[in-house]
Each structure stands twice: as structure tokens, then as C-alpha cells.
Design a protein around this ligand. Structure first.
Ligand SMILES: C[S@@+](CC[C@H](N)C(=O)[O-])C[C@H]1O[C@@H](n2cnc3c(N)ncnc32)[C@H](O)[C@@H]1O
Length: 238
């Protein structure tokens, strides 16, 4: 949070925080889960009790909990089936029954909604802020969003003994082409000779801006274009 932010929340209410067992079931440890407290003021200010609130990237259902808390009807869209299960488990524990669905290809709400409130997916977004030219992002490699390139690069990792997963579920390089419309990234992992875990998160750059940035900063690995992120993290030790 920047010092100029007008919404300064010191602590998260443990009643609504993502439970540790649910966090533990998420392959990314729930690192992109927001706070219910951050969403409440927006829902309160921009909608009325009884209104419907849509979060089109609802993740763990944080917005839906805030909506229920404010007496609104929450509707969630989420592209990852595993995330939907985790969000539904979280909501059920709190006694909230709010709809979460995989969005339709057209991406239009089935019914009119009163408010759309979300925190957007930011994997590999390369957001430019005041502190650094390129902010840390969650992706280690940005790959052009094109099935030939994605399958080739995933195959490059696979051929070198990396295990490929998508949200914790195993995936093979050829099958990524079919999954592409609903896949933003995959993870490649293997143990090196010393037993250290090597992990890469590959993000598929859909937008022209990300694609051009990836091309500008690309390096060639076996003639495949790849971009190494600034914040390539040292692999965690086991
Ligand atoms: C930043 S997270 C949202 C976290 C959420 N605010 C919370 O606190 O739980 C963004 C979510 O958008 C989902 N997502 C990405 N692309 C999507 C798409 N095309 N349609 C629906 N959901 C998508 C991701 O799977 C991820 O769960």
C-alpha cells in the first residue's frame, strides 16, 4: 500500500480471513487473496442493501463475503475450478450461499447487476510504479500468448525433466494448447543435482503491451523466445 492511499487498514478481521487449511490447499498459498475490509467501503458507497454485486475475478470469494456482510447479493465468476471449490468451502463455513460460476465465453452477466467490484488478475502485469521501473510480478517467464510458442516452451521444460502443473494439477505440453483459452500460466518444477527445487511460473502474455515488452526484453533459449523477469527469485530450499 502506498503512503498516499486513503484506505489504511491496519489488520484483517480473523473472522473473515482466509483459513489456513484453505490457504494450504491453494498451489500458490492464497498469495493473491485480498482482505474483506478493503472491499466493504466500495460496496457500501456504490450500492444499496439488496443490490447485486458481481466480482468477475472472484478468486477466494473475498468480495462476495464483503457483499454479504453489507447485505448485498454477491455473484462470482472465476475461471479456475479449483479456486471455485476453495471459495465455496470458505463461503459455506461462514454460512453464505453465493453463486460462483465459470464465466461464459462471451463474458456477459446472465442478468443485469448493480455493481461490479473486483481486484484484477495481475500475473506478469509489469505494473510501473514510482518505486521501481518494473514492479515485482508473480511470473518468472513471460511467453507470447500463441499456442505454438506456449507448447514449444512448455515442451522445452518437459524435455529437461520439469514437471508441469496448472493450479496444482499435472498438465502436459501438448494439452496446454487445448487449455489455452482458460489458462494464464503454468508452473514448471524439478529438483536440481543438489536436491534444490527449481521453479518457474510461466505467464502467457495476452495483451499487445505485454507481448511487445516480452519481445523487447527477450532472450533466446534453444531458439525459443523467453523473457527473464527482474525479480527471478532464488529457489526455496527444502
Ligand atoms: C487477484 S485474484 C482475485 C482474488 C480475490 N479478490 C480474493 O480476494 O479472493 C484474480 C482471480 O482472477 C481469476 N481469473 C483470471 N482470469 C480470469 C478470467 N478470464 N475469468 C474469470 N476469472 C479469472 C484468477 O484465477 C484469480 O483467482
Amino acid at each position: 500500500m502506498l503512503p498516499s492511499s486513503w484506505l489504511a487498514i491496519a489488520a484483517e478481521d480473523p473472522r473473515w480471513a482466509l483459513a489456513s487449511d484453505i490457504r494450504g490447499r491453494d498451489p500458490f498459498g492464497g498469495r493473491d487473496c485480498g482482505w474483506v475490509e478493503s472491499m466493504r467501503p466500495f460496496i457500501r458507497d456504490f450500492s444499496q442493501p439488496g443490490d447485486s454485486v458481481l466480482d468477475p475475478f472472484c478468486g477466494f470469494g473475498t468480495t462476495l463475503i464483503a457483499a454479504a456482510w453489507e447485505g448485498r447479493r454477491g455473484i462470482g465468476w472465476e475461471v479456475e475450478p479449483q479456486r471455485i471449490q476453495l471459495a465455496q468451502a470458505r463461503l459455506a463455513r461462514l454460512g453464505y450461499a453465493q453463486a460462483i460460476v465459470v464465466p461464459s465465453p462471451e463474458g456477459r452477466p446472465a442478468e443485469p447487476v448493480d455493481l461490479i467490484a473486483t481486484s484484477v488478475p495481475y500475473f506478469g502485469s509489469g505494473w510501473r510504479g514510482p518505486e521501481r521501473e518494473i514492479q515485482p510480478s508473480d511470473a518468472d517467464l513471460v511467453v507470447p500468448y500463441e499456442s505454438g510458442a506456449v507448447v514449444a516452451i512448455a515442451g522445452w521444460f518437459e524435455a529437461r525433466g520439469f514437471r508441469l502443473t496448472r493450479w496444482g494439477a499435472p498438465i502436459t505440453a501438448p494439452s496446454i494448447a487445448e487449455a489455452l483459452p482458460h489458462t494464464e500460466y503454468i508452473r514448471a518444477e524439478r529438483l536440481d543435482a543438489s536436491g534444490t527445487l527449481c521453479r518457474f511460473d510461466l505467464y502467457f502474455g495476452r495483451t499487445p503491451a505485454i507481448f511487445l515488452e516480452a519481445q523487447r526484453r527477450s532472450v533466446l533459449v534453444d531458439d525459443l523466445p523467453m523473457r527473464l523477469e527482474d525479480d527471478l527469485r532464488p529457489p526455496p530450499t527444502r
